[in-house]
Design a protein around this ligand. Structure first.
Ligand code: 5GP
Length: 191
């Protein structure tokens, strides 16, 4: 998506070869018009896949997941993080390793809001190593719901997330794919 690539070039900050900061339009301040366009683009790609729900991990995935779910006219599910492992019969629960914070956390989803009838599209801001998406898929599959695919705003395609997800049978769609990055330098590949 050219509009997103332009925005990343102008307002994104490549901190080093691994981390891109997009705080001014995605992660801290949100550009709502761009977010709406990005949600429409992800929804368009998956439109005829019979999606019943859009799911994301709190908190940075919520904006793109919401605009995607509005475009698809289906509910959005927020997979919740909790710090400690408190077993609860009403929840599906799984442990995740966080890339940015380098900690473990518990990801949870209430059994009330998902069933085996659901076909879920996962949406997130970034795809890097695919750890959080893999955990989200593991959690959703506990309910025997099926996964329609993963839609992300930005894929860092020099990291192994896509291969990891494809190996689990998950289709990945990214609006912008970064092939190379270093301090103040960003290179895009075809999306
Ligand atoms: P993964 O689990 O694919 O390694 O990482 C995905 C999550 O880590 C994303 O949801 C995002 O919150 C965070 N993340 C990974 N790489 C970056 C990055 O370069 N910049 C920012 N802002 N977040 C990132």
């Amino acid at each position: 998506m050219k509009l997103l690539e332009e925005k990343i070039k102008n307002d994104g900050i490549a901190v080093n070869e691994h981390i891109l900061k997009v705080d001014s339009f995605i992660n801290h301040q949100v550009d709502p018009i761009l977010m709406q366009e990005m949600g429409k683009n992800i929804a368009e790609h998956f439109r005829n896949k019979g999606i019943t729900k859009v799911a994301t991990i709190e908190s940075s995935g919520i904006s793109p997941a919401l605009t995607t779910s509005i475009a698809l006219k289906v509910p959005m599910l927020i997979l919740k993080k909790q710090p400690s492992k408190i077993l609860n019969q009403d929840l599906y629960q799984t442990v995740v390793t966080s890339f940015t914070k380098e900690t473990n956390y518990e990801l949870t989803l209430s059994k009330k809001y998902i069933s085996e009838e659901d076909h879920v599209l996962l949406v997130d801001d970034f795809l890097a190593n695919g750890e959080s998406a893999t955990a989200a898929i593991r959690l959703i599959r506990m309910s025997h719901a099926t996964i329609a695919g993963l839609g992300v705003l930005i894929e860092k395609s020099f990291q192994p997330g896509r291969e990891k997800l494809n190996a689990q049978g998950i289709e990945v769609f990214a609006l912008a794919r970064i092939t190379k990055m270093s301090e103040n330098y960003i290179e895009f590949g075809p999306s």
